[in-house]
Write a protein that binds this ligand. Structure first.
Ligand code: ADP
Ligand code: ZN
Length: 654
């Protein structure tokens, strides 16, 4: 396949030489002959010359009269062309002119004498050939670039474009089993069937049963979908092909489809085996939805090829396709039809107990000291995915190593969690005293309000140490809940607005520091009104259109749009007033909190309690929380819209 490059280069050199040769020789269609100056003089004297051309380098061309051609060339006139000439090098122009004048006077020469500049053959050739070299060079450059993106092991040239870039894990290599996947009991149970089938297919086929060709693993990133697919391959001890949906899509038309074909061809050779396609939405997005956006033909043909291949092999061929996505709702319906990815396995973020298990898996290789309390770690990491937890464990080990500790301790883990939550801590970020004060007032505003609102999330700690992009942050312990009431959302909105309200009340001018808060509040209010039907003007209406990804066709009228806008404005204005009122009421406490923040930079719930007294609602919400965490996870709703209906606020903000 790989054409050696030198031979290509030589090919073009040869072509260039041929072109050059043709150029030189093809110049005149007529014959010519070199003669000496004496011969030239004789010929002129004998009256052979019809015309003489003198060049600036003293070269002279003498054209021969037709009747004397035979005398000069000893050949037929037809063989030497229409205007044959002889070439001669003159000694000097003066001598030549003198000689010609003399011959003209004698009557031997009656033609014309003209002078010409010697044309630059080299320049001509260069400008004719150079563009060809340029093109060839460009072509070779592009070829190398196309080859350069090839995946591991792919031959480095353009011919490998249509090959699939699947990574192959042979059976028995780096074996991952269900033991390595913590939690996810339901998902494991579902894929167990696939494992059984791969182990003993005849047990199923004898009974006439059909095994699904594919299953879709649905869940947010980092929850262990890839891990689960690998574990299936490991448990069944079969080869595992791994590929990302985006690997299929290239800028060249037809490449995706040929990669799909190649992948299935390879897989059939290795059957029984598992094909895992990560991020299948990159190819599996619904076709032709936004015709006006210009459909992506390449992606569609890739998807069509995938469907064809899935239909093409019988359910007994032993190739099982697992695909992962975070968004089933945007997948093409054809992919989800019976006989294709007809079962969906939900792989969700781990709850408290599952997080403990995940910690269990990732703590195993670490050297820990006595202070580690897995329960506390799990409680401190609400909303973390399996990948985040793996990251925390690794980060904790790095921190411990940096401090030269003999074992990883609790403090290292807490620091690691902080770091993962807030991006890397930047101690070098300079902050003026004024800025520090205004950030402290802002964060104290959030803390104060959430302290006094029944439904706001309980506060864990507040800090004004800058982290990542955010200037300060307040940490809350969000309740892990599946549904949220209007009261909870309004209280959260009020607490989020508390930052700006504090700025306005106690600094006298507002700042950009609240932008993050405002964005969240606006989105939340919009979601409440347009999607969750929580306003008086538009009660019980959900304008969420799960079929229209980009919301190009708003399912409501202009007038409704105005109502929504108005509702959003009013809702936020009300909560802002409420926030300011609460802050005025507790102004003294708020200011003490802010001072404490300036002094200590980080304060905890206990410090807030010392200022405001026991939180009136603490006991109750903690009770609810404890219950919610003990209870088994609620079943997944039929179809959870993604962009959508407002969720509980994140546990931090700027
Ligand atoms: P996904 O494919 O869902 O994005 P991955 O399977 O790639 O997530 O997970 C990334 C990493 O996170 C894994 O390699 C593993 O270390 C860790 N991880 C995720 N979920 C779990 C889990 N349930 N148990 C143990 N480790 C997990
Ligand atoms: Zn804020």
């Amino acid at each position: 396949m790989n054409i050696p490059r030198p031979s290509l280069t030589w090919l073009y050199v040869v072509i260039a030489l041929i072109i050059g040769y043709l150029y030189f020789t093809g110049e005149e269609g007529s014959g010519s002959r070199e003669v000496t100056y004496t011969e030239f003089q004789q010929m002129v004297s004998q009256g052979y010359a019809s015309k003489i051309v003198a060049y600036d380098d003293n070269a002279v061309e003498m054209f021969i009269k037709p009747e004397h051609i035979v005398d000069v060339f000893k050949k037929d006139a037809a063989k030497v062309g229409r205007s044959p000439f002889v070439k001669v090098q003159a000694g000097s122009m003066e001598a030549l002119e003198k000689f010609i004048d003399q011959e003209q006077a004698n009557g031997h020469f009656d033609g014309s004498l003209s002078y010409k500049k010697q044309s630059n053959y080299f320049g001509l050739v260069f400008w004719n050939i150079f563009p060809i070299f340029l093109l060839v060079g460009l072509w070779m450059f592009i070829m190398r670039r196309m080859g350069g993106g090839a995946g591991p092991g792919a031959p480095n040239n353009v011919f490998s474009v249509g090959k699939s870039r699947a990574q192959l894990f042979e059976k028995g290599s780096a074996k991952i089993t269900f033991k390595d996947v913590a939690g996810q009991a339901a998902a494991k149970q579902e894929v167990q069937e696939i494992v059984d089938f791969l182990k003993q297919p005849q047990k199923y086929t004898e009974l006439g049963g059909k095994i699904p060709k594919g299953a879709l693993l649905v869940g947010p990133p980092g929850t262990g979908k890839t891990l689960l697919a690998k574990a299936v391959a490991g448990e069944a001890d079969v080869p595992f092909f791994s590929m990302s949906g985006s690997d299929f899509v290239e800028m060249f038309v037809g490449v995706g489809a040929s990669r799909v074909r190649d992948l299935f061809r390879q897989a059939k050779e290795k059957a029984p085996c598992i094909i895992f396609i990560d991020e299948i939405d990159a190819v599996g997005r619904a076709r032709g939805k936004n015709a006006n956006m210009g459909g992506n033909d390449e992606r569609e043909s890739t998807l069509n090829q995938l469907l064809t291949e899935m239909d093409g092999f019988g359910s007994n061929s032993g190739v099982i396709i697992l695909a992962a996505t975070n968004r089933v709702d945007i997948l093409d319906k054809a992919l989800l039809r019976a006989g294709r990815f007809d079962r969906q396995i939900y792989v969700d973020l781990p709850d408290l107990n599952e997080r403990k298990e995940v910690f269990g898996v990732h703590l195993r290789p670490l050297k820990l000291d006595k202070t580690i309390d897995v329960d506390l770690l799990a409680r401190q990491t609400p909303g973390f995915s399996g990948a985040d937890i793996a990251n925390v464990c690794n980060e904790a080990a790095l921190i411990a190593a940096r401090h030269g500790e003999p074992a990883v301790g609790k403090e290292d883990f807490l620091a690691a969690i902080d770091r993962i939550v807030g991006g890397l801590e930047k101690k070098t970020k300079v902050m003026t005293a004024d800025e520090k004060r205004s950030i402290a007032l802002h964060e104290a505003g959030h803390a104060t309000i959430s302290w006094f609102l029944e439904h706001a999330n309980p506060l864990i700690k507040v800090t004004i140490v800058p982290r990542g992009r955010a200037l300060g942050a307040a940490w809350y312990l969000p309740e892990e809940r599946q549904i949220t009431t209007k009261e909870q959302m309004l209280d959260e909105m009020c607490a989020t607005l508390g930052g700006r309200a504090a700025e306005e009340l106690f600094i006298g001018h507002i700042s950009t520091g609240a932008m993050n808060d405002l964005e969240r509040v606006t989105k939340q209010a919009y979601g409440m009104i347009a999607y969750a039907g929580m306003s008086d003007e538009l009660p019980n209406l959900c304008y969420y259109n799960s079929g229209d990804e980009y919301m190009f066709n708003r399912p409501y009228s202009e007038r409704t749009a105005e109502l929504i806008d108005k509702g959003v404005k009013e809702m936020i204005a009300q909560q802002y007033v409420r926030a300011k009122e609460l802050l005025k009421e507790h102004a003294a406490g708020h200011n003490r909190l802010a001072d404490l923040l300036i002094e200590k930079e980080v304060i905890f719930a206990e410090d807030v309690e010392k200022i405001f007294g026991k939180r009136p609602w603490t006991s109750r919400s903690e009770e609810i929380m404890a219950k919610a965490e003990e209870a088994p996870a609620l079943p997944q709703p039929e179809k959870a819209p993604e962009t959508d209906c407002p969720e509980a606020p994140e546990n931090r903000e700027g």
